[in-house]
Design a protein around this ligand. Structure first.
Ligand code: SAH
Length: 247
């Protein structure tokens, strides 16, 4: 089992598969008051940048779980590159239902479908979190209300109800029994680093792989994506990582 290959084409050069930059990720790590020896579980860990850099910078240890074999391999290589291969490990597996011994920090950054939404993912992470531990959820929100169904669709949402607005999202965590103790939000520049950077990768890939079965799809996306993104996601979709502690 794996994710569709198109993601590994578009995001082949990404270390972070979300609209958060390396600087913002480092800022979040500092904001959380992490201490050496803390343990972490990162569900849908992608290429492992969060665990690997926080292991290097804060002495964290732990496990990342991701369904993508390519990203998981990249995560393992990154751990070795940063000299933290003895402290973090990456498992190629479905994170839905994945539960471990209680850790100090349990995260799901940008993949809450693994728990069927925010509430289900909070519940899933809670099963691996020690009492008083920190939970991290990365999730989109509506930055501005989408004016019509076409905009909702262009933002790659299935319905306006897929996401809340920022106050609504923060309130939802409260309703689930958690204090929001920190957050780091994307901005349009960090969205560009995630999205616009894919165009360069796609164009380079197309030149190297003109006969690949995905070439037509990638060509179409490269033609349509920049304007779609500028019209919709860049204007209407916010994104953030929210740090929670159970009440
Ligand atoms: N948290 C990482 C990756 C976010 S992108 C980062 O911020 O860089 C979403 C990730 O979810 C991808 O790496 C994808 O492979 C992974 N994914 C999708 N479905 C999954 C599942 N059921 N179980 C585990 N990982 C999954």
């Amino acid at each position: 089992m794996d994710i569709p290959r198109i993601f590994t084409v578009r995001e082949a050069d990404h270390r972070i598969h979300n609209p958060i930059t390396a600087d913002k990720l480092a800022l979040l790590g500092r904001a959380l008051h992490l201490e050496p020896g803390m343990t972490a579980l990162d569900l849908a860990s992608g290429s492992g940048e969060m665990l690997c850099t926080w292991a290097r910078d804060h002495g964290l240890g732990g496990t990342g779980v991701d369904l993508c074999a390519v990203f998981t391999e990249q995560a393992r290589a990154r751990a070795v590159e940063l000299g933290v291969g003895d402290r973090v490990r990456f498992v190629h597996a479905d994170a839905a239902g994945y539960v471990t011994e209680p850790v100090d920090l349990a995260a799901c950054v940008g993949a809450t479908w693994i728990g069927g939404g925010v509430a289900g993912t909070v519940e899933l992470l809670a099963r691996s979190l020690r009492p008083g531990g920190l939970m991290l959820i990365g999730e989109p929100y509506w930055r501005r209300p989408p004016p019509d169904p076409e905009t909702v669709e262009a933002c790659e949402a299935t319905s306006v109800d897929d996401w809340l607005d920022l106050p609504g999202q923060l309130s939802q965590f409260g309703d689930l029994g958690y204090d929001v103790v920190e957050m780091v939000l994307a901005d349009q520049d960090s969205w560009d680093r995630y999205t616009a950077a894919q165009w360069f990768t796609m164009r380079t890939w197309l030149e190297a792989n003109p006969d690949d079965e995905l070439a037509d799809q990638v060509r179409d996306e490269l033609r349509d994506e920049p304007a779609r993104y500028a019209r919709s996601t860049r204007e209407y979709v916010g994104w953030g990582v929210f740090a929670l502690r159970g009440r």
